[in-house]
Design a binder for this molecule. Structure first.
Ligand SMILES: Nc1ncnc2c1ncn2[C@@H]1O[C@H](COP(=O)(O)OP(=O)(O)OP(=O)(O)O)[C@@H](O)[C@H]1O
Length: 512
């Protein structure tokens, strides 16, 4: 039983939103008690982002619903960004608009304003003192003059939290955190969760979106689950276990969720990387065999994404050789990757792989239109049938194949990219944070599909911050630190904690 005040800090009542043809939210109602961390959960496409965007005044709700914040009631269809702020809603979105190359002071001032001297110049001294107080208030270990990139990842997110709450000394606002831990390794996530808990203990109410069930159970005092736009569960977190939550999110019994058999490794080499150098990569060598799933674990800045992009030919290489199935491979650009059977699902899909204005069908077909071309006509019927097949296989939640990719939820966009890559029947599939933003049920589906391809000889190289997942779905994990592989461990002999430890402390120059 909580000893905190019981008045709801936030109450959402009968909020609905239909996009052309899609009922994203239907009469969603729930309340959050003041001073609590309340988790908002749901599978991909269940309506979480839509609800957050309505609260933020970015999407307009359909008429009829209301939002009450600390006793102030507003019709949900009247919320604007200004009004949301006025009634006490604060947001840290998935991409919180932090600039890593700027100092902490500059990052805070960027959104909250620069203190001015009476002559109109920037009052740097006052600004630094103000930022110092803010850092102390949120117990962030940083100096105002430090570059943001020098802070540990969880503290960087806390800077975004602190600046969102700077003007709220009394803890009256409700902070909405959209997947704050998605890009963080587990130990950093745990650190951030602890900071969130401290923040709630000072009175702030936190609405927190995450796909990671364990952390939701660790940090939240109450939860709401959305499924297909409908609120299916709101309750105290106490007494709730992982299976019950997964059941509520997925809507079926949690069989097979996460039980993906590890791929078996064959002996034949597929990708051989020798003395690769370039950018943050300093002399990396390794071999991935046919039908093997190789994980790469490293901290931000370790060169993990650059290594994948170098193999794909999208990051300049200074020296080193790559062979694919014994043949030389130049890796000069993505088209040579395509010719050599190397495919990449990038980390930043919006910037790198997804054509958001184009339809799901077009996104699936890109690069493979030849398959549907006959001497005198283009087989639109076959193209459509193939799209429908992929949509079903990957359980992509879309109204139709012609729906623009932009209107799919993040997780569903990711599934489309993965489906597209697998269509090209690659020999090597490079995955950069493939399950970021992917719900618990869809993860299992994706790995089940991948393991079918792996059983037929596909080689998969995965970079992931989710070390638990790496330990579960890979055959081997390469530990990358400072641009070097410092350890190469069989996945069955490590768990997430061991990988975390290795990422921080593996002896330099171990194996490479
Ligand atoms: N601008 C839009 N136009 C049309 N449909 C949309 C739009 N935005 C969202 N939708 C649809 O509304 C539904 C809910 O999507 P939403 O992005 O809210 O899901 P989500 O729970 O945040 O998913 P994820 O976990 O994958 O981010 C989905 O079916 C999505 O395709």
């Amino acid at each position: 039983m909580s000893t905190k005040t019981v008045a709801p800090a936030l109450a959402v009542t009968d909020v609905s939103k239909a996009f052309a043809g899609t009922q994203a939210l239907l009469d969603v109602s729930f309340a959050v008690t003041a001073g609590r961390v309340h988790a908002l959960l749901g599978g991909n496409g269940s309506g979480k982002s839509t609800l957050i965007k309505i609260l933020a005044g970015v999407h307009r709700a359909d008429p009829g619903g209301s939002v009450v914040v600390n006793g102030t009631s507003v019709a949900a269809d009247r919320l604007t960004p200004g009004l949301a702020r006025e009634i006490g809603l604060r947001f840290v979105h998935q991409n919180p608009g932090l600039i890593r190359d700027m100092t902490v002071v500059e990052n805070v001032a960027l959104t909250n304003g620069f203190s001015r001297t009476r002559y109109g110049g920037v009052a740097w001294g006052a600004l630094r003192r103000r930022t110092r107080r803010l850092l102390d208030r949120f117990e962030i270990e940083a100096d105002p003059n430090q570059q943001l990139s020098e802070l540990r990842p969880a503290d960087q997110t806390m800077v975004a939290v602190a600046r969102a709450l700077e003007d709220d000394q009394d803890g009256l606002s409700t902070l909405v955190l959209d997947e704050p831990t998605a890009a963080l390794p587990r130990h950093e996530a745990a650190f951030l969760l602890e900071a969130m808990r401290r923040c709630a203990s000072t009175g702030h109410t936190i609405l927190f979106v995450s796909h990671r069930i364990d952390e939701v159970l660790a940090v939240s005092e109450s939860v709401t689950v959305l499924r297909d736009g409908v609120e299916v569960l709101t309750r105290e977190a106490e007494g709730l276990d992982e299976q019950q939550l997964v059941q509520a999110i997925v809507g079926r019994s949690p069989r097979a969720v996460y039980q993906v058999p590890p791929a078996t490794s064959a002996l034949e080499a597929c990708v051989e990387v020798e003395h690769l150098r370039g950018g943050p990569i300093h002399d990396v060598s390794f071999t991935a065999r046919k039908g093997e799933v190789v994980g790469i674990a490293g901290l931000l800045g370790s060169g993990r994404s650059e290594l994948l992009r170098m193999i794909y030919g999208a990051h300049p290489r200074e020296s080193g050789d790559i062979t694919i199935e014994g043949g030389p491979y130049q890796a000069n650009d993505p088209s040579s990757a395509l010719r050599n059977g190397v495919a990449l699902v990038p980390e930043d899909r919006a910037a790198d792989g997804a054509f958001l204005d184009m339809s799901v069908l077009e996104n699936l077909s890109i690069g493979q239109l030849g398959k549907f071309r006959e001497p005198l006509r283009f087989r639109h019927d076959l193209e459509r049938a193939a799209a429908r097949e992929d949509i079903e296989k990957f359980t992509v939640k879309t109204q139709s194949p012609s729906t623009p990719l932009a209107s799919l939820s993040g997780g569903n966009q990711q599934k489309v990219l993965l489906a597209r890559c697998l269509r090209s029947a690659p020999r090597v599939l490079l995955l950069d944070e493939p399950t970021q933003g992917i719900d618990v049920g869809a993860r299992a589906d994706i790995f089940a599909i991948l393991s079918e391809h792996v059983a037929r000889g596909l080689t998969v190289i995965i970079v992931s911050s989710d070390f638990e997942e790496l330990a579960r779905v890979t055959d081997r994990v390469l530990i990358l630190r400072g641009g070097r592989i410092v350890a190469d461990v069989p996945a069955q002999s490590v768990d997430a904690a061991a990988i975390t430890e290795l990422v921080y402390s593996a002896p330099m120059g171990a194996s490479s």
